[in-house]
Ligand binder design. Sequence first.
Ligand code: GLV
Length: 448
Amino acid sequence: MQSSEQSESRRQLLKWLAASPLLAFPGLAGLAAQTPARAPQKLPDPMLWAPADLQDLITKPGDAINVFDFEPVARRNVPPAHFGYMASGIDDEVTLRANREGFLKFQLRPRRLVDVSKVDMSVDILGARYATPIVVAPIGGHRAYHEGGEAAVARAARAGNHLMILSTQSTTSPEDVMAARGGPIWYQLYATNKWEVTRAFLARAERAGCPVVAVTVDRNGGRNQETLFRLQRTDTRTCSACHDRSSLTATYDGRPMYEGVDLSGLSNIQSSAMTWDTIKRIRDTTRMKVVLKGILAHEDAELAVKAGVDAIVVSNHGARSEDSGRATIDALPEIVEQVRGRMPVLVDSGFRRGTDIAKALCLGATAVCVGRPYYLGPGRVRPARRRAGARPVAHGAPRHHAAGWRAVDQTPRAGHGAPGLTAWTEETRKDAICRADWGFSSPSYWWP
Ligand code: GLV
């Protein structure tokens, strides 16, 4: 490549990065401006006529054009450490980017002249019918983002009849979340390495009425969340005012799932000792159906079928477990092929647009779980005072959760119409997608 072209490409890359909703790094804009432009200039093709302007924040949920519009607002209004917790991936965040870029490897193959004015998005998941295949993924600590917490999210899930999966790290009790959802929710389990703790969590969830436990199988070690660590350093609040880290018991004091649970002997809540025997033990202990969350290889999908597991979630934990570099949309086909319809296959990590969801469904997913976007939706759209030492008090009402949620929810209809399908039948959906035959290469202005 000519050096002038390289320079222009670099400038365009920096401009693109600065405008990207995925990268809230305003400094890039200045860097792009400083990069000398040399003739002859090559304009990007296609031109970005209306790139997102990170300075021009939406002021009310209804103004959001897409879910990415919530992200810079949350970055501005949510305390840096809390935003960092939500946004962080692992190490170089290769997986975080791969989760988004993976969708580029697949193309929809639309069929025309099909009446898509009425579509049926409903789906059966383990015996319950939901209006859409979009599931509220389990993420912990909702109250750090909105005072309405998990109950507010549950009300939004109720409005759209979405399946909701409640995290062990919930800041609201499963009983209250269930009441707000107005129906059964699934429970996500961090089993830890202590069976008594596992058993206590299972008993609580079962008593609360959860019909399904989704066992997280991908958190078995510590993690290097550099985005979180860097943003933590910029947070001027005194974290210890809210977070007592003097012991594991103190850390989880006040988290409803941990009430009355003896954590002695544990130094963390990860499940480094978990094996297929643990899964059998869980199955033998609870009446809840058992789902494994975090499966990424077809060999494990087969073992899950053989272990009598009821469903799996293809998940890399939103790129928060290990920096494998592999997107879940890439892992999905080998797993669907292996499972051959013997159990539902859900998927999560990086889903932001209706077409992302449509692609996963075309590839054979039963449903798609969405997480971070509904952290971004809650309140916080109105520019907030950010004071040193201020508690993360949210504005407004739970409807903001619904707004963040709706922005995800609306798109599938368009995405659904896009492949020309009226329902997700086995016969039609596999023809509605193909692997990009040009392999994966980004537009030239992405990579200089
Ligand atoms: C919780 O699931 C986390 O990744 O922090």
